[in-house]
Design a binder for this molecule. Structure first.
Ligand code: GAR
Length: 215
């Protein structure tokens, strides 16, 4: 390849995935990268789990990805997060992707990766932050539900929204079927949001994510 061709090639952003459980969102992201949906703009540099028997960790190992297990149980948040940040740095990570990472992050960690941490949440934020969001929406009697991908700030499920996907709640739904259908949307939403962010053509207007901040 000529020098000019290699210089014009866009940078490949390194993703650091943090997970605690099943890992289906992580697998959707990995699949999107594999089939080229992220246009070669991102690769998974490391998958870090804070729970030893997280199925997502086993899945990452079987895909041959670099993995780390940093058990958080019983540790001070700030100490655990400092170790996670150090490992992310070691792997050259520039975007931190929370994929079912069921642990609050310390302000120090968030400050270490400003506007570089993404999360997915199974509700249409700002409705129903916290645990069991799908059941919260179902029990509330919502007629629409969905998922949100957002930047992470120091408040729970709160930062700037990158995108949302909406579904109708059916008469025949229960909380379980609703969660299943939201998960299908999550698997579309997260790779799409990551593509938007690694493409870099966006800015902020207050707390709005805007594609063309100059317009
Ligand atoms: C997903 O539904 C995700 O939105 C949710 O945990 C699940 C993880 O599933 N995250 C939160 O509720 C964060 N507040 P997965 O391990 O199969 O990706």
């Amino acid at each position: 390849m000529s020098a000019s061709a290699s210089m014009s090639r866009a940078a490949v952003h390194k993703l650091g995935i943090l997970l605690s459980g099943r890992g289906s969102n992580f697998l959707a992201i990995a699949r999107s990268i594999e089939i080229g949906s992220l246009h070669g703009l991102a690769e998974i540099a490391v998958v870090i789990a804070n729970v030893e028997d997280a199925p997502g960790l086993a899945a990452a190992r079987s895909l041959g990805l670099p993995t780390e297990l940093l058990v958080s149980k019983g540790r001070r948040r700030v100490d655990h997060d400092a170790d996670v940040a150090a490992r992310l740095r070691h792997h050259g990570v520039d975007f931190v992707i929370l994929a079912g990472y069921m642990r609050l992050l310390s302000p120090e960690f968030i400050a270490a990766f400003p506007n570089k941490i993404l999360n997915i949440h199974p509700s249409l934020l700002p409705a129903f932050p916290g645990l069991d969001a799908q059941t919260q929406a179902f029990d509330y009697g919502c007629k629409v539900a969905g998922c949100t991908v957002h930047f992470v700030d120091e408040h729970l499920d709160h930062g700037v929204i990158i995108l949302q996907r909406v579904i109708h709640v059916h008469e025949t739904d229960d909380a379980h079927t609703l969660a299943e259908r939201i998960l299908i949307e999550e698997h579309q939403a997260y790779p799409e949001a990551i593509l938007r962010v690694v493409s870099g053509k966006y800015g902020f207007a207050g707390r709005r994510y805007v594609l063309n901040p100059e317009a």
